[in-house]
Design a protein around this ligand. Structure first.
Ligand SMILES: *Cc1c(COP(=O)(O)O)cnc(C)c1O
Length: 425
């Protein structure tokens, strides 16, 4: 054994998944159980009081879920993680630990359409107000800061436009405001970008996408960077103040650098309930073993497709940060040097109607609302994922009428290009 830190691909295979201590099974079992027998009444009491850590009930904790959390935390360089039922559940629980009714958070406009909906509508009914800013204008984040601001939220590679956020610049604004920077790292995965190294305090994923990678299970995760002082300034009472539901325990004082992940588990997950199914945790764990291999191929194929589209007469424009000519290329080299990911957009000269025609004509591509599958996927956001937004919101989110979004799979690049060629008509 050596103390040398292991490489990404070694961690992807091994982190969190030592042979099972109960059975010596090499592969982490699917712990398909709801509850766990207490050793004795004292053990039960200690577990409920958080004096000892252990399994009580699968809504709060499960060993298959725990293995997944260990793997993600290791790959992101965080102190701890919490896996939940979906990416949206991860967002809800992360904000639940930070926000009180009447509080605000700042979010980049350049986000997954579902997140824009969640922030604008459902979070509003919790009394949480989103204030929008723009990744192309960092001063818009500074201007949005108020005494009620509790967090700043951005995507590292923004869905669907494939735009890259200047994480260090936004982290500076967050530090000055005394609030955590939350980064949704779904499109990049830790293989391409590790936001904690660039000043993020909390990293979120939809595990449904590249992390699981095979389009077969929903999941989400919250990673605690362990690098934020929750007790300073009294802004985060759930973390710093005595908790009535745990005999007056102060989570930050008791758990230090893991306090945020623990708060999301023992308060948010306990009370709001979006637990991940053990089977889904198992499928995502299996998928994650090949994360590096898949991301490498996703990026290689995407660059080939983007270069091909950029030369095609039927195409008005291509937004792919991996292209040397792209506006975000310099930021990509800094934040995602191994590749620009595989989700990006291009514009059709024929506009809305050409977009609808194209999704009808593809054969290899699947027309559906997902990304991050081994299979190549296509969608016309204006008529689907972003159809609930106003035309103005759509355009600002990078999803105007002529926009097509691709999620390039790991098939042979020549076959992917041939299908796009015939579908462009
Ligand atoms: C899909 C997605 C989400 C939401 O995740 P679900 O697992 O579908 O709930 C959040 N952020 C981004 C960037 C996504 O692509």
């Amino acid at each position: 054994m050596t103390d040398k830190p292991q490489g990404f691909d070694t961690l992807a295979v091994h982190a969190g998944t030592a042979p099972d201590s109960a059975t010596n099974a090499r592969i982490t079992p699917i712990y398909q159980t709801t509850a766990y027998v207490f050793n004795d009444p004292e053990h039960a009491a200690d577990l409920f009081a958080l004096k000892a850590f252990g399994n009580i009930y699968t809504r709060i904790m499960n060993p298959t879920q725990g293995a997944l959390e260990g793997k993600v935390a290791a790959l992101e360089g965080g102190t701890a993680a919490l896996a939940v039922a979906s990416g949206h559940a991860a967002q809800m629980l992360a904000f639940h630990a930070l926000m009180q009714p009447g509080d605000e958070f700042i979010a980049a406009r350049q986000l997954y359409g579902g997140s824009i909906n969640q922030f604008n509508h459902s979070f509003k009914s919790f009394g949480w107000k989103v204030v929008w800013a723009d990744i192309d204008d960092i001063s818009s984040f500074e201007k949005a800061v108020s005494p009620k601001t509790k967090a700043i939220f951005v995507e590292s590679i923004a869905n669907p436009g494939g735009r890259i956020t200047d994480l260090e610049a936004v982290a500076k604004v967050a530090q000055k405001a005394g609030v955590p920077l939350i980064v949704d790292n779904t499109l990049a995965t830790p293989y391409l970008c590790q936001p904690i190294k660039h000043g993020a305090n909390i990293v979120l994923h939809s595990l449904t996408k590249f992390m699981g990678g095979h389009g077969n299970s929903m999941g989400g995760v919250i990673v605690d960077g362990g690098n934020f002082d929750w007790s300073k300034g009294g802004k985060y009472p759930l973390l710093s103040e005595p908790n009535d539901s745990y005999h007056g325990l102060k989570l930050h004082a008791a758990f230090g650098g893991m306090a945020f992940a623990i708060a999301c588990r023992v308060l948010g997950l306990r009370d709001l309930g979006p637990a991940i199914a053990p089977l889904n945790a198992f499928l995502i764990l299996t998928g994650m073993e090949t994360l590096g291999l898949r991301m490498q191929r996703h990026c290689e194929n995407s660059l080939k497709v983007a270069e091909w589209l950029a030369k095609d007469k039927r195409v008005a424009w291509v937004n792919y940060a991996g292209l040397a000519s792209d506006k975000y290329h310099a930021l990509q080299k800094k934040y995602a040097p191994r590749g620009a990911g595989s989700v990006f957009t291009f514009g059709l000269k024929g506009g809305y109607d050409a977009g609808v025609k194209m999704v009808k004509s593809v054969k290899l591509f699947s027309h559906l609302a997902n990304i991050g599958d081994t299979r190549s996927l296509i969608i016309h956001p204006a008529s689907t994922t972003h159809s609930q937004l106003t035309a103005d919101q759509r355009a600002k989110a990078g999803a105007g009428d002529d926009v097509m979004r691709l999620s390039i799979g790991i098939e042979d690049a020549a076959d992917i290009i041939a299908d796009l060629d015939q579908a462009l008509g």
